[in-house]
Design a protein. Structure first.
Length: 290
């Protein structure tokens, strides 16, 4: 199975209408068993490619996940990356910024968590919160301590430009970036909120504030549309992943990551003749009975 993920990609400078983008598509599996087989195959391939990434130590990979509450970010990260060696993978969840973080520019706390070469970094939310939730809640921007003249009608455009420049800089230095917006419908979110309330094991996931944010759905969709249009580039594309079907979303994300790693055309580093001789000498020593 290979999923054509191009249909979910936001092309550079493309006009985005989230109303026209599906939150659900025909499943890429016919049964729960087939889904598990497909995901297992993807995970095995990802594990092998991650080993190559680590051995080559030339590239870093950064995956960014953004979504409305209950869209399934945690589940995608857990299931798709379950087979990755923990030594080569780092996950960061960005919550409310600390006082120290607020005393720096809006990119600072994320830049500190960028993956090293040879590793896969996963941002569960990211610096994109600064043009999403901060845009929907202007009081957050007012609390960031910016000079008054910078808080003007151009602040979002300026932040988009800073983000694009950062991602281009990272690409030029070997970091490959893909960004996922898990696109859930308002109705599916409602169902998942109810499930979190009804299931005692999921009560901890529910916060009353989530319902308040739900009332701002229209404003969030407008903020996401502007963000996706302004910051999707060939070297750091956004994928709008239909997320009403959690299993489908996981298969799509896994395929995007597989495509990215395969495009790097990595091989294990060559062993020089001198190194081979050295290894053979070491082997002779180890082969001697003690």
């Amino acid at each position: 199975m290979k999923i054509d993920v191009e249909q979910f990609e936001v092309k550079a400078k493309e006009k985005v209408s989230l109303k026209k983008r599906p939150t659900d598509v025909a499943p890429f599996y016919h049964s729960k068993e087939q889904y598990q087989e497909c995901l297992t195959e993807q995970i095995e391939r990802l594990s092998a490619l991650q080993g190559l990434l680590y051995a080559n130590n030339n590239y870093a990979v950064l995956l960014i996940f953004q979504a409305m509450d209950a869209a399934g970010k945690d589940g995608v990260i857990k299931h798709v990356l379950s087979g990755i060696n923990p030594q080569g993978c780092e996950v960061y969840s960005f919550k409310h910024p600390s006082a120290e973080e607020l005393d720096h520019d809006f990119l600072w706390r994320s830049v500190r968590r960028l993956p090293e070469r040879g590793r896969i970094g996963i941002f569960n939310r990211s610096y994109y919160e600064e043009v999403l939730i901060v845009r929907v809640h202007p009081e957050i921007l007012a609390g960031e301590g910016l000079p008054g003249q910078l808080v003007n009608g151009h602040v979002w455009r300026d932040r988009f430009e800073s983000i694009v420049n950062l991602e281009e800089h990272l690409h030029r230095n070997g970091t490959r970036i893909v960004k996922f917006f898990l696109h859930i419908s308002k109705e599916e979110q409602r169902k998942r909120f109810i499930e979190r309330i009804d299931n005692p094991e999921k009560n901890w996931k529910f916060d009353k504030a989530d319902v308040e944010e739900r009332k701002l759905w229209k404003q969030y969709m407008e903020a996401y549309q502007d963000c996706l249009e302004a910051t999707s580039r060939k070297n750091a594309p956004w994928y709008i992943v239909p997320a009403d079907d959690k299993k489908n979303a996981r298969l799509i994300v896994a395929q995007v990551l597989l495509n990215l790693l395969e495009e790097l055309k990595m091989e294990y580093p060559d062993t020089s003749e001198e190194r081979r001789k050295e290894l053979q000498e070491i082997r002779k020593e180890l082969a001697k009975p003690e």
